[in-house]
Design a protein around this ligand. Structure first.
Ligand code: XMP
Length: 325
């Protein structure tokens, strides 16, 4: 019988068996999946686990602070924060192809984890080796990265198809057979607070796959502002639980003519992509109230420099995917 209790018991036993007395690290992204995976592994092996949060500079406004504060407060895990902004930006310089971006981000994540591994060992040299990497990979991530049987590769999720071939870690992926709603139930059962368990999904590669075109610091800052406005207005309108997620996308390679004040502008469009979904395998575009859309549009064009147009994505999945890259 499928119950969250059974899933937890089974996974805890399997993880203890796999890890023994050795140590593990877990990449935290701020999202639901990695938080639940971390809490599950912590239940199994306690202080043999260290969580690693990689600040790759592709996060949304306030996200790093949230992980540092909320997650640690909720679970008491040992947390190591790595500032890897320069490293990711350098690796992504000049790259516009979506799959290439995804593979670079997946690879850089692993390189940072390896560095963290070395540091953890150096800090406590006599201790057991750090051989395991915990990931919050879900069933749909595996399927859509071409890891399921007979399915086409749609996109390389950073923690599946984006892994480098010379991976030295053994993977622990306790959520690999679960869908998002099941993961949320497991998280709840493990005692994680609603702010973590009910969070809308956000992809590990972050804003890096929401800039159509090359990823640069300036573009990230611009998109962070636009995204923060959209989130603020959706929350204020009480719509957080009605929508599955709302990617905000910068079309960095597109410009259009506008007029602001009494001058001509030649700026970028921002795309709003609100969707409703059960498991992200399929989705429909959310019919948001026009007044909420109007507020978001007015604020973004007024408050974000270089953006003179806001457009709404009214495509379901299929044929569109939820993210643009
Ligand atoms: P798509 O764009 O394939 O997205 O319709 C389906 C769901 O997966 C999320 N997503 C990712 N999550 N790493 C993640 O952790 C990734 O590389 C990744 N790519 C997409 C996306 O936000 C949506 O919820």
């Amino acid at each position: 019988d499928w119950t969250t209790g059974n899933v937890i018991d089974e996974q805890v036993a399997a993880i203890r068996d796999q890890v023994g007395t050795k140590r593990a690290i877990c990449g935290l992204s701020g999202g639901v999946d990695s938080a639940v995976a971390a809490a599950l592994v912590q239940k199994a092996i306690g202080s043999q686990l260290t969580c690693v949060y990689v600040d790759h500079g592709l996060m949304r406004k306030g996200e790093t602070e949230q992980v540092e504060k909320d997650f640690v407060a909720a679970t008491g895990v040992q947390l190591k924060v790595v500032d890897a902004q320069e490293r990711f930006l350098a690796a992504l310089a000049g790259v516009s192809d979506p799959e290439e971006k995804r593979k670079i981000i997946g690879r850089e994540f692993i390189r940072v984890f390896e560095q963290a591994q070395a540091e953890i060992v150096a800090e406590a040299p006599g201790d057991q080796p750090v051989e395991f990497l915990v990931q919050g990979t879900l069933y749909p991530d595996v399927v859509e990265s071409g890891g399921g049987t007979g399915t086409a590769n749609i996109k390389s999720h950073h923690n599946v198809g984006g892994l480098p071939e010379d991976l030295e870690f053994q993977l622990i992926e306790p959520l690999r057979k679960l869908f998002k709603d099941e993961v949320r139930m497991v998280g709840q059962e493990l005692g994680l607070p609603d702010e973590i368990v009910q969070r809308q999904p956000f992809p590990g590669p972050g804003l890096g796959i929401r800039i159509v075109g090359e990823v640069t610091k300036d573009r990230l800052d611009l998109l962070r502002e636009a995204d923060a406005i959209a989130r603020e207005e959706l929350t204020a309108a009480g719509l957080d639980r009605d929508i599955w997620q709302c990617p905000v996308v910068l079309l960095a390679d597109v410009r259009s003519v506008g007029v602001q004040g009494d001058g001509r502008t030649y700026g970028h469009p921002i795309v709003l992509r609100p969707v409703s979904s059960e498991d992200a395998m399929t989705a429909d575009w959310s019919r948001l109230p026009y007044d909420v859309l109007a507020r978001i549009s007015t604020r973004i064009t007024n408050e974000v420099a270089d953006v003179n147009r806001v457009v709404l994505d009214v495509t379901s999945k299929p044929p569109g995917t939820i993210e643009w890259e």
